[in-house]
Design a protein around this ligand. Sequence first.
Ligand code: EPZ
Length: 434
Amino acid sequence: MDKIRIIGGAQLKGSIVIGGAKNAALALMPACLLTDETLNLANLPHLADITTMAHLLAQHGVEMVLNGQAPNGGHTGRVLELNAKTITNTTAPYDLVRKMRASVLVLGPLLARCGEAKVSLPGGCAIGTRPVDLHLKALEQMGAQIEVEGGYIVATVPGKRLKGAHIVFPQVTVGGTENILMAAALADGETIVANAAREPEVCDLAHCLVAMGAKIEGIGTGTLRIQGVERLHGADYSVLPDRIETGTYAVAAAITRGTVELVGARRDLMESVEKVLVECGAKISDTDRGVLVDADGAHLVGVDIMTEPYPGFPTDMQAQLMALLATADGASMVTETIFENRFMHVPELARMGARVNVHGASAIIRGVPRLSGAPVMATDLRASSSLVLAALAAEGETIINRVYHLDRGYERLEAKLAACGANIERIAGDAAAE
Ligand code: EPZ
């Protein structure tokens, strides 16, 4: 398996193009199952998870064509045509779902369009148990009959058409809100979703569904009202920029005390992250092409953060911020409220000299003047990116193992960082060496 080698210490200077949002794309792609017409998605990132979703949709019978020119070899700038004229198979198999939990997002649209679906139950993962009980309860409220058999969610809709319902999520769930949005778009009658997720990726899906003919009110608020329609049609839609990729490179600029322009980034999507970075000592401003993060000569200080549903501080930026705080002056406290096991990066950061103590859902970080390079590995995507960030600032060489985690969520990460002066390279390896 590939590794990434970083010699830390270089101050980043330059610009980085931000790609389409992975987590928006993973919800937008299954929306194609709701119509027999073509859904054209532009600005799809080129990532392993997007390929996994494409494989899953292909085995449901979706025909896909990738068009257009991609600058720098990625999918960014290309348009993916998805056509689900005929759904040939309503089963999402274990082999694909175990690779990527977002596969469960085919459940809502398959049930809405075909009245049946069999989707492997995702297991636990590195960051928590992550059940899908809230998705299932909500679909049951809409008339689905659901059993779990042989590790699969087996769902059928008597009379084939889901019906509108008043759903109150007891806790905010991004995937649950997305599944119900898609299911409700074709249901009979009105669905109200209270305590709905307001994440920009959920809004992106809702806007795309509206472009496909869905009737949705309250987008971006905690209450969504969906009037079901008989059919949806095709649409052209462009995926919004990735706010987590944006935040990750903003931290890269800050941790190296550098200056990086994030081209195509949307500042309005990263307000909570901006607030923390500014409190820490970085400067953030608009440019003609995106957002500038400037930490040249900055004296960075510790801050306290708590992860929360949007518009709060995103759990998907917690590990990256912790790497930054490990190098900031003074103490910081990081509290994780979304996932119960999202501190897997802590022991690896400690191997690089970070001073972090975890007490339950909180971690106390005491900044050190310099981290030091070490061989490290991580168990999930954002933990891996936090190690890359720590390595950029560390003295000496860091080897990051299990690069496949990074490839799930960051397109051409090493090329983007190298173009700003980072000393970073990918080393092709073999599985036996892992
Ligand atoms: C999405 O996961 C993202 N994934 C995650 O991104 C992100 O961390 C998370 O939202 C929170 O923002 C995608 O969009 C593909 P949830 P999702 O349902 O939808 C609990 C990344 O690094 N819960 O909002 O699975 C759950 O266990 C990733 O890109 C239930 O208990 O998250 C968690 O504690 C990782 N029952 C909390 O709710 C349910 O039925 C929030 O989960 C559903 C969720």
